[in-house]
Every structure is written in C-alpha cells, then in structure tokens.
Design a protein. Sequence first.
Length: 388
Amino acid sequence: MLSEDDAVGKTPGPSTSPRTAGIDPSGRSRVTSRLAAITVSGVLVVAVLAAAWYWRQRHTALHVQAHSLAVLPLKLIDPAGSESGGDYLGIGLADALITRLSSIRRFAVRPTSSVLRYTAEDDPLNAGRELGVAFVLDGRIRHAGDRIRVTLQLLDVSDGTTAWAGQFDENFTDVLTLEDTISAHVAEAIVPHLTNDERLNLAKRGTDDPRAHEAYLRGRAQWNKFSEEGFAKAIVCYHQAIAIDPDYAAAHAGIAEYYNWLGIYCVLPFQECAISAYEAAATAVELDPASAEAHCALGQAKLSRDFSWDNAERQLFKAIELNPNYAPVRTWYAFQLAMEGRFTEALREAQTAVSLDPFSIISRFSVLWCLYHARRFDEALSLLDQVA
C-alpha cells in the first residue's frame, strides 16, 4: 500500500494553469461546504433534467473529430438466431475495447456512458452521426457452449462504407486474446501506422487470468447501468476479480469509483466512503501507475477525504496526462477548479468533458454548476432553459 506522500507522487500541477495567486487561503474552509452542493443539489438537478437533456441532445448535430470512434454495445445472438441484449458480454466487451482504444492519444473514443443508449439501435450510422464520430464499430456475438464468435464491421459514418470487417472464433475462455486481436485491427484501420508505444498500449492487459477478467467485465456491465442495483452488483464482481487476481489494478480502481459515488449519493457517510475510496485507489495506482482511471479515482478520494487541494490536483492532472480523452477526469477536475474559484479553468475542463462524452448528464451538469458558482446566472439560466 502506498503512503500518502508516495501515492500523490511528484508529478507537477498543470504548467498551463497555475494555481491562482489571488485566492485567499483563509477562505478555503468556506469552500469545503461547496462539495455538499455537488452531492445534494447536484444529484437532484441531474435527476430532474436527465431525460430532457438526453432527448434534446441526441437530435443536436455534433462536431465530427478526425480519428474519432464509437464502439457500440455488441448485440447478442442466441443459438436460435434471435437477438438478445440481456447478456453482460455485449456491453462488457464493448467497454473493454473502448478502454483499450482510448489508450491511443490520437483517438477520440466515445466512452461507454455515451454509447449505452444504442444497445438496441438498428442503424449504427445514425448512432455515429448523433455521437459526432468519424467511425462506428458495430457487431454481433454468438455464444454457444465454450465457443464464441464475434462478427464486426467498422463503418465510415460520412459515406456508410465499410472501412474494415472481421469475424473471430475463440474459446470463451480466450476473451482477452479476442480483445487483443480486435483492438489491433480496428486501430490499424483508422490509423494505419501505429507507433511501437501505441501497439504496446493496445496490447496491455490488466490481468492474464480470464476468470478475473470475466468477473471484471460483468462488473463493468452492471456499473454502466448507473443504478442502485447495478452499483451493488458491480462491487461484488470487482471483489470477485480481486479474489482471483489481487494485482488487478482496474478492479481496485472500480472499487474506488464505487465508494466515491456512494459518498456523493450519501448512501453512507461521506468521510467513510472517502477513506475506503482512497485505500482502493492508492492500491490501484501502486499496481498500475499508468492507469488514468486509478489516478482519477485517487484524486477524487483525496479531494473528498481531506480537501487536499494540491495533491488532488496532481492526481487529476496526472490522469489527464495519461489519457487526455478520459472524460470523467475532466469533469472532476472542473468541480475542483470551481470549488477553488478558478472558474475560467473550470469551465474549460467542463466543456472539454462534454465534447468527449456528449450524452453524459454529469458532464453537462458540470458546465451548469460551474456557471452558477461563477455567478454567471444569466448564462446558467440560458443553459437551463434549453432543457426546460
């Protein structure tokens, strides 16, 4: 386990956004109460506006980024030939591919939270247009006994042509090998000349034990439901993964994320959750110092546990350095910057989060929250009117 000093490392804060010299340190004790505004008013506002925001945004044209990609949840085909969306594998495998492909900085890969709504989408090109991406990966999974067959096509959203297609047959216990192969093919189809570092990042596995990986995939599928029941099932799966492979950093990071959100939703005392989140996140960072998810979770935990502003910022900024396209860290960094009164920087980060994860309610709420606390009430009301 890392000591607190070791856990935060020596990574410097953002060189392009130095801590504002004019902030009065004596006022920071007053700022601590602002986190409660996130946990109480934030959750209430998000709950009320979620549906309206989604329906408005899915019909709003988004700027298409070069080398941008959406991996849609894979549709499950049962042995009789009918589609089924109930199995964890379709969402879990898509989530794993998103994580792998996001390791390439030249890619802008839409996170799982933005693509989940397309589980039953009939037209992948329409999904790609709504998500504002250049390419969309669509596929089917047939799971029979101990064999799994995955059929995929990478579509160019601009003209509907197939940039790449493939069919893979593996033993069900070889899902990790399947992920290796698919992510390499898709990456090469979008960016033909990958660097050696990019190839190594694509091939990186969190575990070599397929049983631990299966438990983690089940946990991710449950987590991405973002419901009370999903959270409860996800934490069980994460612990199962760690019981099989104690060095599985991603599972530890998942536990940290669970406790961070448990505190935000006030399910358990906030301070208690922050301590548990810190312990899990520190373990994840120690096991995998190159994990953006682990550093993000540790930054959240340090901010929540003891309002260690400098150390939390180092962790969040380290996560951004490791994966600039990881939307959650942009959101949490925006919250911290706003709590410190650094509103220009906060809004920049919140808007970046929205560009990376256009259908995330949390990302969009962060923009509204930052405008409100910056006392830019007219702009906040204007944004609120868009979903009223």
